[in-house]
Design a protein around this ligand. Structure first.
Ligand code: CP
Ligand code: NVA
Length: 310
């Protein structure tokens, strides 16, 4: 049985299947009634959410079922029930378990004990569902992903930067992480992405040089302060300020460049209002595509599980 904990859990061919299905489901939102009549998915949050919460619940409804969404503090995990027992119990009710948590190892423990697919809806390390939506959005603007150069500016040490490297390398896009030296990705994620890129022809680069954004087709940023880092006492404003995506930066990118941000955004910090609210921004298409991409992912995982059981 397959889980989706990391971007490179899907092979390049499998990721392409999910993205094709996502595009089809955008035009045919109710065509796959895999959760009818009235099956459920379990959706658990250890961190706050708008998009993930509503997009998974809406996707489950479109598939003919229901998402049961809880904060982990409302479950017995908040009082110390083990992840393994939680996984075994939820597997008796739900068709899939979706979890937003802190340590990535929590998800690995859940997947190891679950009898249903486990989906990572954000960990401290990775946010792979977001990358599927971002790739769907990029495909809506550019036919051939393998000819695209993407740049991500800002916090290169966070979950989004890691997932962009792994997910974009899987799709064959060139991805450059442009981040201050103290906020660059851990080498283990860079190595994993380069390994995947060797199969797809993608290029993976990490630099602190902002001029690397020149000619980019896709310009991306994310918050400077990820969930869980609010009280860590680090000064992020000083190192990240030169990496803000503003009109000047967009002028250096390709004339047909699009701007992506997973949201929530902090205008005046990682992105200037003139960019995120300007004509090159596709952030609300990107947010919408969470619904289609995650629905496609659930269909793909559930159909895969059903086939494997035959
Ligand atoms: N982009 C994203 O995951 O948004 P939420 O935190 O609102 O779910
Ligand atoms: N890097 C951000 C992404 C939010 C969707 C965070 O982890 O808070």
């Amino acid at each position: 049985m397959r889980h989706f904990l990391a971007d490179d859990d899907l092979s390049p061919a499998e990721q392409a299947e999910v993205l094709d299905l996502a595009a089809w489901l955008k035009d045919n939102p109710y065509a796959k009634q895999l959760l009818a009549p009235g099956k459920t998915i379990a959706v658990i949050f250890d961190k706050t959410s708008l998009r993930t919460r509503f997009s998974f619940a809406t996707a489950a409804a479109h598939l003919g079922g229901t998402a049961i969404t809880v904060g982990s503090a409302e479950t017995q995990m908040g009082k110390g029930e083990s992840i393994e027992d939680t996984a075994k119990v939820l597997s008796r009710y739900a068709e899939a378990i979706v979890w937003r948590t802190f340590a990535h190892s929590n998800l690995e423990a859940m997947a190891a004990a679950a009898d249903v697919p486990v989906i990572n809806s954000l960990s401290d390390d990775l946010h792979p569902c977001q990358i599927l939506a971002d790739l769907q959005t990029i495909k809506e603007h550019f036919d051939d992903l393998t000819s695209i150069k993407a740049v991500y500016l800002g916090d290169g040490s966070n979950n989004m930067a890691n997932s962009y490297m792994l997910g974009f390398a899987t799709a064959g896009l060139d991805i450059t992480i442009i981040a201050p030296k103290d906020f660059q990705p851990e080498q283990k994620f860079v190595d994993r992405a380069i390994n995947r890129a060797a199969q797809t022809g993608a290029r993976v680069e990490v630099t602190d040089d902002i001029t690397a954004a020149a000619g980019a087709h896709v310009v991306i940023t994310d918050t400077w302060v990820s969930m869980g880092q609010e009280q860590d006492g680090k000064d992020r404003n000083t190192p990240f300020r030169p990496y803000q995506v503003d009109a000047n930066l967009m002028d250096k990118a390709s004339a047909d460049a699009i701007f992506l941000h997973c949201l929530p955004a902090y205008r005046g910090n990682e992105v200037a209002a003139e960019v995120i609210d300007g004509p090159q921004s596709v952030v609300f298409d990107e947010a919408e595509n969470r619904l289609h991409a995650q629905k496609a992912l659930m269909v793909w995982l559930l159909e895969h599980k059903a086939k494997a059981a035959q």
